[in-house]
Design a protein around this ligand. Structure first.
Ligand code: AMP
Ligand code: GLY
Length: 423
């Protein structure tokens, strides 16, 4: 089977690595891919949001399945585009249609879905410029800290958590009145603050059945001890040590099953990954957010723990036969540490040569922001490499990742030395 992966990060490199191991994988293409995905398939210089160009490539390369990595092609309706095109409609797309992608594309849509189906989540109200004053009044009823969320996609920057009421009011006014996050903040969700520890569950559904993938925890802040600006993610661990069987069974009963049933009740056909961001409060799971794709860098620890053939898993998804699929999971822990470019997540340099990759032993280096230039591997993004290792427990796996990071070099490289510090 010829397969196309859309995206260019560590997540897509990991999917390519795993798909290429399958005897069923024919020609593998990654659009646009990076310097790491070249080891597993052919990179296509295409924009995942340019659907007409993708169509042409899919037909030319006889592609028989499309795996969508990032959220924006989903929110922009790539799956709908395939279903509506007579040449493409029989080619399975792993990733939900545009309507369902609002679970990630609109915070309000996601909150309404959770309320409608009794899925535990923080109390909230949403506001636009027209009812700004009501927003101020609602803030007065809450205790600090105040959680303000831009309704739309804001590249992970649209959530503000503020200790001071006056500051929260000022930010609300800037989000709504001055469109601080562009159109994404023309509506703002204000939420009750939940105090707990976060982790994520990953589910793959064929719209009827689901399988639960390994869970994971990521580290979003740039600085040690979870300080500083938010990033796409600086490292991840799977499984999450505090998520014992009792807690995971609550997650399945109270969150996963109501989510899958809720989609069915709402007649929302959903084929693809559901990434459920959870927070544990008094040993109860609450949903912080849904994403309609896999996480990055969570994929770099979740997928390596899946022993089953990934082409088989996606074929079962496309055929709506996940009920018969037995997922084999590696009992070992997996960890990944992101090597980023100095300055990230603010301004950072690009084009630095990466050396020492050939000295890495017993870790897997998944490429994120890299590209090939004159036969050299150079940096091309903020998050550059994800160094993944296995271990009997996460501490041993981490030791291995850190040992191998010591072999790799690029100018101004940065990474967190304390992944897993809170566990
Ligand atoms: P989100 O984009 O909705 O996942 O929010 C980004 C981050 O903000 C989450 O990963 C949490 O760390 C934090 N957060 C979001 N909502 C809440 C909440 N209601 N209570 C506490 N922290 C939150
Ligand atoms: N690592 C968080 C995300 O992928 O959204």
């Amino acid at each position: 089977m010829n397969i196309l992966i859309l995206g260019s990060g560590g997540r897509e490199c990991t999917l390519a690595w795993k798909l290429a191991q399958s005897p069923k994988c024919g020609d593998l293409f990654i659009a646009p891919g990076n310097a790491g995905t070249i080891d597993f398939g052919t990179n296509l210089e295409l924009n995942p949001n340019d659907f007409d160009d993708l169509k042409e490539a899919v037909l030319r390369h006889c592609i028989e399945m499309v795996i969508v990595g990032p959220e924006d092609p989903l929110v922009n309706g790539i799956h709908d585009y395939f279903l509506e095109d007579s040449d493409l409609k029989n080619i399975p797309v792993i990733g939900p249609q545009k309507y369902a992608a609002q679970l990630e594309g609109s915070k309000e849509f996601a909150k309404e879905f959770m309320y409608r189906h009794d899925i535990p989540t923080a109390q909230y109200k949403s506001f636009t410029l027209e009812n700004l004053q009501e927003g101020f009044d609602f803030l007065e009823t809450l205790n600090a800290p105040y959680v303000l969320k831009a309704d739309g996609l804001a590249a992970g920057k649209g959530v503000l958590i503020l200790d001071d009421l006056q500051e929260a009011k000022k930010e609300l006014e800037e989000m709504l009145g001055q469109q601080k996050f562009g159109a994404a903040s023309s509506k703002v969700v204000i939420e009750e603050f939940l105090d707990g520890i976060e982790m994520s569950s990953f589910v793959l559904t064929d719209s009827e059945n689901y399988v639960i993938l390994p869970n994971a925890k990521d580290y979003k802040r740039i600085g040690e001890g979870d300080k500083g600006l938010n990033t796409g993610g600086m490292g991840a661990i799977s499984p999450v040590p505090f998520a014992d069987d009792e807690f995971l069974s609550k997650v399945e009963k109270r969150v996963i099953i109501p989510t899958i049933d809720g989609l069915k009740k709402d007649k929302i056909s959903y084929v693809g990954f559901i990434f459920i961001g959870l927070i544990r409060v008094n040993n109860e799971p609450y949903v912080i957010e849904y994403n309609v794709r896999m996480g990055d860098p969570e994929t770099e620890v979740v997928i390596p723990r899946i022993q089953s053939d990934l082409v088989d898993l996606f074929e079962a998804t496309a055929a709506k036969k996940l009920n018969n699929f037995k997922l084999d999971i590696d009992p070992r822990s997996a960890t990944t540490v992101m090597m980023v470019s100095g300055g990230y997540p603010e301004a950072y340099g690009k084009g630095m040569e990466i050396t020492g990759l050939e000295n890495v032993k017993d870790s897997i280096v998944f490429h994120a922001g890299t590209k090939l230039s004159d036969n050299k591997i150079i940096t091309s993004g903020g998050r550059v490499l994800a160094v993944t290792s296995y271990g009997e427990d996460f501490k041993r796996a981490l030791e291995q990742s850190y040992k191998n990071i010591g072999q790799i070099h690029f100018d101004k490289m940065n990474f967190r030395t304390d992944i897993g510090f809170d566990l």
